[in-house]
Design a protein around this ligand. Structure first.
Ligand SMILES: Nc1ncnc2c1ncn2[C@@H]1O[C@H](COP(=O)(O)OP(=O)(O)O)[C@@H](O)[C@H]1O
Ligand SMILES: *[C@@H]1O[C@H](CO)[C@@H](O)[C@H](O)[C@H]1NC(C)=O
Ligand SMILES: *[C@@H]1O[C@H](CO)[C@@H](O)[C@H](O)[C@H]1NC(C)=O
Ligand SMILES: *[C@@H]1O[C@H](CO)[C@@H](O)[C@H](O)[C@H]1NC(C)=O
Ligand SMILES: *[C@@H]1O[C@H](CO)[C@@H](O)[C@H](O)[C@H]1NC(C)=O
Ligand SMILES: *[C@@H]1O[C@H](CO)[C@@H](O)[C@H](O)[C@H]1NC(C)=O
Ligand SMILES: *[C@@H]1O[C@H](CO)[C@@H](O)[C@H](O)[C@H]1NC(C)=O
Ligand SMILES: *[C@@H]1O[C@H](CO)[C@@H](O)[C@H](O)[C@H]1NC(C)=O
Ligand SMILES: *[C@@H]1O[C@H](CO)[C@@H](O)[C@H](O)[C@H]1NC(C)=O
Ligand SMILES: *[C@@H]1O[C@H](CO)[C@@H](O)[C@H](O)[C@H]1NC(C)=O
Length: 529
């Protein structure tokens, strides 16, 4: 359906040209440093993988996932059995990619835990640390430092970009917006966790006064003197004699990828510095990470030059081929929801008037048959010039595409051309309800049974949008022309979510409700087809 992006080939070549670093040195049992994870023997579960160039990828861009990674052997945190947890220090480097940094989920947590079996935890706001029943339960036995990119009232989160110290649960003992105090002036600088910039975090615990300090800074800034946050807690109360060092991470309804690039740990001794020159490169999506060493600039620029020239040639040829689409690299995420313009052009026989189903407030709607699958679809062309809202809207299209209910018009996907957006919906052979109500020349009058059935269908569709899906979606534009009927005269609600694209900012209060994406417990999620 969608054509292969030249950027994808760029990514592959990019990986190919990178030199591999071998840089995990196990030094004794209680001190280790990973500058990249190429030869590391981590214990992984869920979505966590180690990429060929040595990145620890905790989640991979699929929604509602969790991933864990642990240093394989436990650390002796107390000198003798039933002793006290000794002082330790650690640092790690991470990066989080989100399609949109301000609506993102759910972050990374550094973990020191009595075990490494987190199989009965949940993704989403539970961050793979707990499940809906186990928050704050003393049997949890973990100490975590969370880098949380989502604001959950449930756990009293302060914002959607914070660092928190979490012991046995997700209600932080202390938390702070991500940032650091620079040494010279002592001024506070904000950091955005989901900026896809590599950042470093330091955690220290002092056995005598049971103090935990957490500090963070951008990769190229040395460890600031003033910690970002601290708390006093006797970790002997949660950890036993041995503990595992690792990470937990989860995604929710928004596409995000979460990476750890390096980790250093020292029990009762300082953590060795991570060699930042050996850290693996992040995949080429979103903004670029930090500075590059000269020796790798040369091959990359040469490769990039060749690829750019190739891309330009391909683009020029494609532009001639008339189906010029607008496609940006963030859209790689939306792969399966993206249709090629060519397919839609063929499906609607070139958007011929004979296939026109109707003209609505947002644009013209055509009937079509997808060339490969022979599925009947309704294709809606919307002219839209604002580049600004496009990314957000596309994210929403994908999100809406996940809504599935027998009383909603299923959104199959979208396609983008310059100044134009094309949405592809399930075809409704009965047309819209307004034709039956107001345009009775061509349509039979509905009997009371049919009317009742239609009303029940609308109610059921709305109930799903408001109550049954894990986010609250407000339709905001219910009218007969938005109620479509299938061949058995079942009602399907259409056009939900579209109002936002045009109303954006006009009604701050309703917009807020939609943006808030209330997460429901998955147990109450009922997916009907
Ligand atoms: N999925 C569909 N299947 C069949 N017909 C459709 C579909 N979507 C829209 N239509 C037809 O196109 C007309 C215009 O659609 P739409 O843009 O949704 O109208 P409005 O903007 O007024 O709500 C509708 O009245 C209906 O007849
Ligand atoms: C991400 O990981 C999950 C679980 O391991 C897997 O089902 C999914 O296909 C992966 N997605 C991508 C884009 O690799
Ligand atoms: C990797 O770790 C596992 C334990 O998690 C261990 O059984 C295995 O021997 C280790 N492999 C290597 C090559 O160290
Ligand atoms: C992890 O714990 C669950 C129960 O909580 C258990 O069913 C499972 O077997 C455990 N897995 C391992 C690898 O020990
Ligand atoms: C804590 O967890 C244990 C084991 O999972 C369970 O038996 C116990 O009921 C839980 N306690 C509370 C207060 O939920
Ligand atoms: C940092 O971010 C917070 C929350 O977004 C904001 O209130 C504050 O003004 C910002 N501070 C600076 C110095 O930019
Ligand atoms: C934590 O920070 C405070 C204040 O900067 C400092 O006095 C203390 O020694 C630090 N504790 C640890 C364990 O680093
Ligand atoms: C800040 O001060 C600490 C302690 O004096 C020092 O170790 C660190 O390198 C300094 N960081 C910067 C960025 O100057
Ligand atoms: C949270 O951390 C800050 C910064 O270190 C500190 O000033 C504050 O007292 C801490 N709050 C609590 C409740 O520990
Ligand atoms: C911390 O707790 C352990 C065990 O409960 C206790 O032996 C130790 O004295 C406590 N440490 C401090 C500083 O209170």
């Amino acid at each position: 359906m969608s054509c292969m992006s030249p950027l994808f080939s760029l990514m592959i070549l990019h990986l190919f040209f990178l030199h591999l670093n071998l840089s995990a040195f196990g030094i004794g049992r209680d001190q280790f440093v990973y500058s990249g994870f190429t030869s590391a023997n981590l214990t992984l579960d869920g979505a966590a993988t180690i990429t060929p160039n040595g990145l620890l990828e905790l989640t991979n861009g699929t929604v509602r996932l969790k991933g864990h990674a642990f240093h394989p052997t436990p650390i002796h945190v107390s000198k003798e059995p039933h002793g006290t947890v000794q002082s330790f220090a650690l640092s790690f480097t991470f990066a989080i990619y989100c399609v949109q940094p301000d609506i993102c989920g759910h972050g990374i947590a550094f973990l020191l835990a009595a075990h490494k079996n987190f199989s009965n935890t949940m993704p989403m706001q539970y961050m793979g640390l707990i499940n809906e029943h186990s928050n704050g339960n003393a049997t949890n036995h973990f100490f975590a430092v969370e880098l949380d990119t989502n604001c959950n009232d449930e756990f009293k989160d302060i914002d959607n970009n914070h660092v928190g110290i979490n012991i046995i649960g997700l209600n932080s003992a202390n938390s702070s917006s991500a940032g650091y105090y620079d040494n010279r002036s002592g001024n506070y600088h904000n950091l955005t966790l989901a900026s896809y910039k590599v950042m470093q975090v330091w955690v220290e615990y002092d056995e005598d006064n049971t103090q935990v300090n957490v500090t963070m800074a951008p990769l190229n800034v040395a460890k600031p003197f003033t910690p970002l946050l601290s708390t006093t807690y006797n970790l002997s109360r949660v950890l036993g004699d041995k503990a595992y060092v690792g990470f937990s991470s989860s995604t929710g309804s928004f596409i995000s990828r979460q990476y750890v690039l390096g980790l250093s740990f020292g029990m009762n001794r300082p953590a060795l510095p991570i060699d930042i020159t050996k850290l693996p490169k992040l995949p080429h999506e979103g903004p670029n990470p930090q500075s590059k060493v000269l020796e790798i600039i040369l091959p990359i620029t040469t490769a990039a030059f060749v690829i750019i020239v190739g891309t330009i040639v391909i683009l020029l040829v494609r532009r001639r081929l008339m189906y010029a689409e607008v496609r940006e690299d963030w859209e790689v995420e939306f792969g399966p929801h993206r249709f090629s313009y060519k397919d839609l052009f063929y499906a609607t026989e070139g958007f011929k008037n004979k296939n026109l189903l109707g003209i609505g407030g947002f644009g013209r709607v055509y009937k079509g048959v997808l060339p490969k699958s022979k599925v009947m679809v309704a294709v809606k062309k919307i002219s839209h010039n604002s580049k600004q809202g496009m990314k957000e809207f596309a994210a929403e299209v994908v999100s809406i595409g996940h809504l599935q209910h027998c009383n909603l018009v299923q959104l199959y996907g979208y396609c983008r051309q310059k100044g134009e957006l094309v949405l592809v919906y399930e075809y409704m052979s009965g047309g819209s309800l307004d034709r039956y109500l107001y345009d009775q020349e061509n349509k039979p009058t509905l009997n009371w049974d049919q009317r009742m059935r239609i009303i029940k269908g609308i109610a059921s569709g709305l109930f799903y949008l408001h109550e049954e899906w894990e986010k609250v979606v407000l339709h905001r534009d219910i009218k007969p022309s938005n109620v479509l009927l299938d061949d058995e005269m079942n009602a399907h609600l259409g056009d939900f979510g579209l109002a936002r694209l045009y109303d954006h900012g006009a009604e701050p209060q309703t917009t807020h409700v939609v943006r808030c994406w209330y997460h429901r417990l998955p147990t109450s999620r009922a997916r009907t087809n």
